[in-house]
Design a protein around this ligand. Structure first.
Ligand SMILES: [Zn+2]
Length: 419
């Protein structure tokens, strides 16, 4: 008897049970081939999340090429039929492709061989599998909603920062994190920018490496008010209440609503100042680049042309711009520091293993320290903005000889005069 030659195919999907894990699929395919005296050429593995689309199944495409190119292959082996496609049409399509190549298809778990089952039966099997799959998903969905209504966190994934799950999957605040959440909301409600909150938080919180989006995520989560909410459009303040059994809140409804209002822009969060800190050449006209002047207590305007802009709007933009610029430098500095520390560790290892003598070590170490001082950046503007000391800020900016311009895309940039 001629020995049959096979290629295997395995695929992972996101919520598969351990039974259908990739190592297990490989094991099943290998054992099957061994038992049936089949020569297994290769196993193609797609580690993509869902089998719903052919797209992203690169290895499957390779498998197809392989069976086209190598004539001696007689069969394709999979552990589970649904690995070839979750939906019936996809499964059928795949099976058809394999049949067209005159290959035998084996689905080990279901005990299907395309030679012993008619095409019609295969289709019925596929539809049956899809039907069961859909029903299972529906059941899961229904029970999930029920659990959520009772305050049981069944949405999957980790709970919002500040909460942990009890054994019963109920939300329970983590004291240290909850303090941070509360602090973030309070600062935002007082009119601080996200970039300012980020800057301050980085200086005292050791819980995690904070980013802007972490803070935005906190500010958009209504679940902190004591019920589980789903965000529909947080920036418009639209939420859907999912749970009706409360969990311990971290912030009050009022505080959350205040912050939403700020975010939606119903309230202005401008700095209350009585002087135009962008006059005297700090702000340039977007149209003709001339330096602008205060106008009617509410605007900056260009004496050359008709260009004008609302004062609070442009001032807020420029303060945000400065904070972001310096914040970005701080991040870079932090990265640089990590680099220096790792180099220092390397030097110590070289010294300890005798590859550097003490003089060489000292010299290299001195070098590193110099790098460090060169990279130290000074926060020039941020402290002044934080203390709302705009008079001083204006002085510093003027000494630095910088000016700003609102570009065509609506963002701020430094204005450079042509010399
Ligand atoms: Zn102008």
């Amino acid at each position: 008897m001629k020995i049959k030659v096979a290629v295997g195919y395995a695929r992972r999907s996101s919520k598969s049970n351990p039974k259908s894990s990739i190592p297990n699929q490989i094991l099943m395919i290998e054992e099957y081939c061994k038992k049936n005296n089949i020569c297994l050429k290769e196993i193609y593995i797609d580690d993509c999340k869902s089998g719903r689309r052919i797209k992203g199944r690169d290895q499957y495409l390779l498998l197809k090429e392989h069976i086209k190119a190598e004539e001696e292959i007689n069969m394709v082996v999979v552990a589970f039929a649904d690995r070839l496609g979750r939906e019936a049409f996809e499964f059928i399509r795949t099976v058809e492709e394999i049949r067209k190549s005159r290959l035998e298809l084996i689905c080990i778990y279901e005990g299907i061989s395309s030679e012993s089952v008619s095409p019609m039966q295969l289709v019925m099997l596929a539809i049956q599998a899809e039907f069961e799959n859909n029903q299972r998903m529906q059941r899961v969905q229904n029970s999930k909603e029920q659990l959520l209504r009772q305050g049981i966190y069944s949405v999957g994934g980790t709970p919002p920062f500040g909460y942990q799950l009890t054994k019963e999957r109920r939300l329970m605040p983590i004291e240290e994190e909850a303090e941070v959440v509360k602090w973030v909301f309070e600062k935002y409600s007082k009119g601080l920018f996200v970039s300012e909150i980020l800057f301050e938080l980085k200086s005292w919180s050791k819980i995690k490496n904070w980013t802007r989006s972490n803070i935005e995520k906190i500010l958009l989560s209504k679940t902190y008010t004591g019920f589980i909410f789903k965000k529909i459009d947080g920036k418009k303040g639209l939420y859907e209440q999912l749970s009706f059994t409360p969990h311990p809140p971290i912030i009050t409804n009022e505080l959350f609503d205040d912050c939403v209002k700020l975010m939606v822009g119903k309230q202005s969060r401008s700095f209350k100042i009585n002087f135009y800190f962008l006059s005297c050449g700090l702000l340039r006209c977007s149209a003709c680049k001339a330096s602008v002047k205060p106008y009617m207590n509410k605007y900056y305007h260009c004496p050359n042309c008709s260009w004008k802009i609302i004062r609070t709007f442009i001032e807020d933009r420029i303060l945000e711009f400065l904070l972001e610029e310096e914040g970005g430098q701080a991040d870079k500095h932090f990265e640089n520091n990590k680099h220096i520390i790792s180099n220092k560790n390397k030097l110590e290892v070289l010294f300890a293993s005798g590859k550097l003598n003490s003089d060489e070590f000292d010299e290299a170490y001195l070098h590193l320290q110099q790098d460090d001082t060169n990279n130290k950046i000074k926060m020039r503007y941020t402290p002044l903005i934080k203390n709302k000391n705009l008079e001083h800020l204006k002085q510093v900016l003027m000494n630095d000889k910088v000016s700003f311009i609102l570009n065509d895309s609506g963002s701020i940039e430094y204005y450079k005069e042509r010399t």
